[in-house]
Design a protein around this ligand. Structure first.
Ligand code: PHE
Length: 448
């Protein structure tokens, strides 16, 4: 069990804050035209993500086992169908798929530590930064190398069980990350792109929002909070009983959102100051940030530090992504952490090769429709598995688990009004919201 409430919060923040905030949020915001997409995303965080996260933590703390066995035993205790353990199985499987591409992208950040430290971008122009990234993506050998390095680091940390020490380091790294995002923001502000970036993110442009964009915002709300696949449930199972779930979860949600918004503002300021394309896709972070650090005083130092922090944030998230499968294997087969870590890491590494080649050799290989391997893994996890997992978790906590259990776990502050709000969110907003978005997207897919 975590030794304290603080350690739980640090671990959960470590899980939540990662590539989702710094890499994914800005680039999907760019692809979806900013403005309205950000509003829908914030709404999904507040009305769906945070309530489901509370539910996930409370299930974990009530069950105190790996997500698969937690769901099985809670279903049993509630005299419900044992098949609810499917939530756990789907989450563990989702973890493999997510980590496979997460590791590839984290490998990009690792490589960029080297590029920035070696001064590659000093005085760079936008076109050169873009060309450097394209050249990197076109080189499968390099991509595999850094994907491998990231996976080895993760396996080592998970296998050796030095996770708690790492979580403690978040106390120092998180404020530092904010400082560096601040440096980027100041650079963006002085180079004249801040107002345009701000407008892009917060203007009211509903006409740009598509059905697919709404599903993307919802899926990303789950992804960025690490909710819907058991990661936070596994962490909840280590949370001490006396700690308050609502206050911890709200704090994690707010911090996670602040990092995403700060990253978005910084990146779009650079985009508009340099006449770049906001919707250029997964390379956005790796094209914009080097331009900024390449053209500021102490840029080599700050830039290197920035990508070290991004990599660190990715590691603390990666650990949580495999925790559901890890916890299950250790609990069920009494397996050693080392062995499990090696096997899980190997499987994810192999799956990750699909993503590596999506950007070069297999760019024209389409798994389904127009989707490359990367698109497909991304689609299945973010747009299907996480929302579906979140939906089932909400339904289980709201309708299956005895009310008294939920009440005793949550201990909501604020009396009746807050209780009513919780009930409305977990019984109606979360399940109906997810279902409505699914149905709406399917309708658009088939009829428009
Ligand atoms: N929340 C992490 C991020 O934003 C990713 C993650 C997804 C972690 C799912 C755990 C589970 O980068």
């Amino acid at each position: 069990m975590w030794s304290s409430r603080t350690l739980f919060i640090l671990a959960a923040v470590g899980s939540a804050v990662g590539l989702g905030n710094i890499w994914r949020f800005p680039y999907i915001t760019g692809e979806n035209g900013g403005g309205a997409f950000v509003v829908v995303y914030l709404l999904c965080i507040a009305a769906v993500g945070i309530p489901v996260m509370m539910a996930e933590v409370l299930l974990g703390r009530q069950g105190r086992q790996s997500p698969i066995n937690t769901m099985r035993s809670l279903a049993q205790q509630s005299e419900a169908w044992r098949g609810w353990s499917l939530i756990g199985w789907m989450g563990a499987l989702g973890g493999f798929l997510i980590l496979s591409y997460y590791s590839v992208v984290a490998g990009w950040a690792l490589y960029y530590i080297y590029l920035l430290a070696s001064g590659t971008f000093v005085g760079t122009e936008a076109a050169a930064a873009g060309a450097a990234f394209d050249a990197f993506l076109a080189n499968p050998g390099l991509l595999v190398g850094f994907h491998t390095l990231f996976m080895v680091i993760t396996v080592f940390i998970v296998g050796a069980g030095v996770v708690a020490g790492l979580e403690r380091a978040i106390r120092w790294f998180m404020p530092l990350l904010f400082v560096l995002l601040g440096v980027l923001l100041v650079y963006g502000a002085t180079s004249g792109g801040f107002a345009a970036g701000f407008n892009f993110m917060f203007s009211w442009n509903w006409e740009k929002l598509t059905a697919d964009g709404v599903l993307e915002a919802l899926g990303h709300a789950f992804f960025t909070l690490s909710v819907g696949m058991g990661a936070i449930m596994a962490y909840g199972s280590y949370m001490p009983n006396k700690a308050s779930i609502p206050s911890a979860v709200v704090m994690i949600g707010v911090l996670d959102t602040l990092v995403a918004i700060a990253a978005g503002l910084a990146i779009f300021a650079i985009v508009f100051a340099n006449g770049l394309e906001p919707g250029q896709g997964p390379g956005l972070l790796f094209v914009t940030v080097p331009i900024a650090f390449g053209n500021m005083g102490l840029g080599v130092l700050f830039g290197t530090l920035f990508f070290i922090l991004v990599t660190f944030a990715a590691i603390t998230s990666a650990i949580s992504i495999i925790e559901p499968a890890m916890a299950f294997a250790v609990e069920e087969f009494k397996a050693r952490r080392w062995h499990v870590a090696l096997v899980l890491g190997l499987v994810c590494w192999i799956l990750g090769l699909g993503t590596v080649f999506s950007f070069n050799a297999w760019a024209d290989v389409h798994v389904v429709g127009e989707m490359t391997f990367f698109d497909f893994f991304d689609f299945v996890t973010q747009k299907v598995m996480l929302p579906l997992g979140g939906l089932l978790i909400a339904v289980f906590a709201a309708w299956v688990l005895p009310k008294a259990v939920v009440k005793a776990q949550l201990r909501l502050p604020g009396g009746r009004p807050v209780e009513v709000l919780w009930e409305v969110l977990i019984k109606v907003a979360a399940p109906v919201g997810v279902l409505a978005v699914f149905v709406y997207t399917l309708y658009h897919f088939f009829f428009q």
